[in-house]
Design a protein around this ligand. Structure first.
Ligand SMILES: Cc1ncc(COP(=O)(O)O)c(C=O)c1O
Length: 384
């Protein structure tokens, strides 16, 4: 499909079987471990799929959509967002390496680096997400990878992606970004010089909180091929049923995303006016410290943001969450239902400033904004 085509059109038309006499609109799900061949000589061919772990037509269609979404050369699919992070990371690092990870990263990424990679004799330095071009000073002789996440999980710092990508490229270092928050809809990191963009497709693409999935999109063939080999060696196959669910979610992700994005921004702006709230951590609100950077690099936002409430006892923070009626208490985001969690990112030593009050993260679903607003209002009234 031509480059100029809008995302909405791509999401509706790409990854579909050719029309025939009564063919289905979408690829049918094929379940298989063994694939059969007519001739023994075909068993060891490299140009055809040989085994169920190598995917199906549905997987190919989904990879095509992720590739187009990010403008990459290819996409690999994984059984979860975490696998889409760890698989590509393992394709790059080797024992004795040093890597740089933003201190605002998703918790399991942090723990993978601190435990699994440490056991492989790979050293991790946590850097301030606002380091920008200063990342160059943290690069060592043996630095092989810089991991980014923008905005940061829980605390929503925006990173200077082009500056970090440029510093990495000058030293031949690979850059990988967790692009889950924007769904690739409001941020395109590959044209900014990032090598690999990953998605926890569990969120917006699944969209219904009932399937786990991940994808990694690559800007160049060499890294794609290496990660593909690693994925095969690690057995990172995903179920065709799960792949189908994500492909189905892709078809409607844009209007869902837009509604959730609008709801989150409206709630964030309203919460800024509330006395019970000290700070709203949403990069699209004007008093966010990285608002200008967000405006420069993003075309929109997402469904997820946090607030720092005025000081409350721990018990009252829990009470505030418990008293919400429309926000489920649970992890994740991008589903049709809203969620809220309390969180403590204070273990991050390298972020800008410690928070001055309790942090609550909201994930906005598809409910009416006015109802979500009333729900938060009534719950705030029970603790303040
Ligand atoms: C930013 C981010 N990256 C990755 C993941 C991991 O995705 P999954 O739950 O599909 O493993 C999550 C899940 O919450 C996430 O929020």
């Amino acid at each position: 499909m031509k480059n100029k085509t809008e995302l909405a059109t791509k999401f509706a038309h790409l990854g579909r079987p050719p029309a025939g006499l009564g063919t289905s609109v979408s690829h049918p799900v094929t379940r298989a471990s063994t694939l059969l061949f007519e001739k023994a000589e075909d068993l060891y061919r490299n140009d055809i799929r040989g085994y169920g772990r190598h995917g199906t037509a549905v997987h190919d269609a989904l990879a095509e959509l992720f590739t187009e979404l990010e403008g990459g050369v290819g996409a690999l699919l994984y059984p979860s967002g975490v696998a889409a992070l760890t698989g590509p990371i393992l394709s790059i690092v080797k024992p004795g390496d040093h890597i740089l990870l933003t201190d605002s990263a998703y918790g399991p990424t942090r723990s993978f680096c601190q435990t699994f990679l440490k056991r492989m004799n790979i050293e991790t330095t946590f850097y301030n997400p606002r380091v920008g071009a200063g990342i160059a000073e943290l690069i060592k002789e043996n630095t092989s990878l810089i991991l980014l996440e923008s905005p940061g999980s829980l605390t929503f710092e925006i990173q200077d992606i082009p500056a970090i990508a440029q510093a990495a490229k000058a030293r031949g270092i690979t850059t990988l970004i967790d692009n889950t928050w924007s769904a690739g809809i409001t941020l395109s990191p590959l044209p900014m010089g990032i090598n690999i963009s990953i998605h926890a497709a569990t969120k917006y693409f699944g969209g219904h909180s009932d399937v786990m999935y991940g994808a990694a999109v690559f800007a160049d063939r060499a890294r794609y091929k290496k990660a593909q080999q690693t994925a095969k060696q690690l057995g990172n196959a995903s179920s065709p049923d799960d792949a189908y669910q994500i492909l189905r979610g892709f078809r409607s992700v844009l209007p869902r995303f837009r509604q959730q994005e609008a709801t989150a921004l409206a709630l964030a702006k309203w919460l800024m006016t509330r006395d019970e709230v000290q700070q709203v951590l949403h990069p699209a609100v004007t008093d966010h410290p990285d608002h200008e950077l967000w405006k420069r690099d993003f075309t929109g936002s997402g469904c997820l943001f946090s607030v720092v409430l005025q000081p409350l006892t721990d018990a009252d923070v829990l009470k505030f969450i418990d008293n919400l009626n429309l926000f489920g208490i649970g992890y994740s985001y991008g589903g049709f239902e809203s969620l809220a969690i309390h969180c403590d990112p204070q273990l991050r030593r390298n972020c800008a400033a410690p928070l001055r009050g309790p942090l609550v993260r909201f994930a906005c679903g598809l409910e009416a904004m006015s109802d979500l607003k009333s729900d938060i209002e009534q719950s705030l009234a029970t603790v303040f």
